[in-house]
Design a protein around this ligand. Sequence first.
Ligand SMILES: Cc1cc2nc3c(=O)[nH]c(=O)nc-3n(C[C@H](O)[C@H](O)[C@H](O)COP(=O)(O)OP(=O)(O)OC[C@H]3O[C@@H](n4cnc5c(N)ncnc54)[C@H](O)[C@@H]3O)c2cc1C
Length: 417
Amino acid sequence: MTRRVAIIGGGPAGLMAAEQLAVGQQDLRPGAANRLEIDVFDAMPSFGRKFLMAGKGGMNITHSEPRPAFVARYGARAPEIARLLDAFGPEALRDWMHGLGVQSFVGSSGRVFPTEMKAAPLLRAWLHRLRGQGVRFHVRQRWLGWTASGALRLATPDEEVTLAADAVILALGGGSWARLGSDGAWVPLLAGRGVEIAPLKPANCGFDVAWSAHFRERFAGQPVKPVVAALGERSQQGEFNITASGIEGGLIYALSAPLRDALARDGQAALRLDLAPGRSLERLTAELAQPRGRDSLANHLRRRVGIDGVKAGLLRELLPVETLNAPASLAAAIKALAVPVTAPRPLDEAISTAGGVSFAGLDEALMLKNLPGVFCAGEMLDWEAPTGGYLLTACFASGRVAGAGAAKWLGQQSTSL
Ligand SMILES: Cc1cc2nc3c(=O)[nH]c(=O)nc-3n(C[C@H](O)[C@H](O)[C@H](O)COP(=O)(O)OP(=O)(O)OC[C@H]3O[C@@H](n4cnc5c(N)ncnc54)[C@H](O)[C@@H]3O)c2cc1C
């Protein structure tokens, strides 16, 4: 018997599900009679557009840190993601990539990159291998939901068509960078079928700050480094950028989930910056208490404590004159400058999406409990993680699990016929 699996969404999660099904075909049931037809549909004119974008600045595919630390990156969803990583973790991911002829290396931060730092050679080799394994690809086919009789509705450039599939894997991505394909338009389609979905929220995102016109014009685009940013108990050293509307960059992304949640909970939130990570409060206080003579504050800050440019600009922007003129208070502010944020940047600008299909509505194989035969994978699931390769790792792992789950489920259906 020939069974058809429709995979909607040709990003890392959907393609990995296709590969798992193609490779695992022989496990479905012995005999050519039990063939699987595997079709991948994507709304865009080509596959893996966000994956390619992830490769632009040097694709960080996974991380080499020990398993407990790795799993902890998924926060409240660590138990659910740990199960997925059991099936296909960071080591397996690297081996898989090597199997496609793309070697990897571990950067000084422990992050893992393909040797060439790009996603394109990997995606090219992968699509080629998938085609060889019999996976069929269809672009410009937008999934619109189901017909009353349960067939898939697909909008093609010419017309709307319907498709009957024995199993469906949805790997539709989150809701950011819509121009790359994942626009979150699936939310009402699944919610309308009773699927529990946590609201999509920006993750790894920038934040708005109410800069003065002067500060914005003078400093937008400038990096602030080195700096320690803190929120509650969490703190991290790194760098970020001033933007016309606020702040963004790696250090901000790292704290963006608790910052976003604090804003939503309290209606306000502030990041605390240590602008002089290498210097103690005592030393700063002693240096700033030295007589200034005719020196301007700017010169005094630069000569005594090495603070100038955008860091000095931040102090002027955010502190009242009395604090700027009181050495002890100024030193304290340099070590803990409060930067009030007003809102996260919109979802479309975020690196990734929090929220999505709730794990409570999925079984262990990532099949929707109230839509048997429909599986979900990738960023559309309700989890989030910082940057560092954790996003792609979980997307690949969930694709594996959903693919294996669909194969097993189809096998059970054949048996029960
Ligand atoms: C700028 C940027 C840099 C990044 N860098 C990294 C990084 O270095 N490391 C890392 O781990 N992660 C990174 N990420 C995140 C990572 O790229 C994503 O988490 C990952 O691509 C999500 O995979 P996915 O398969 O779940 O979804 P996606 O890659 O978003 O794929 C979903 C696919 O579904 C298709 N689709 C959506 N709706 C429909 C529909 N209705 N019908 C048909 N097709 C549909 C889309 O066109 C798309 O091709 C980055 C993201 C961005 C934006």
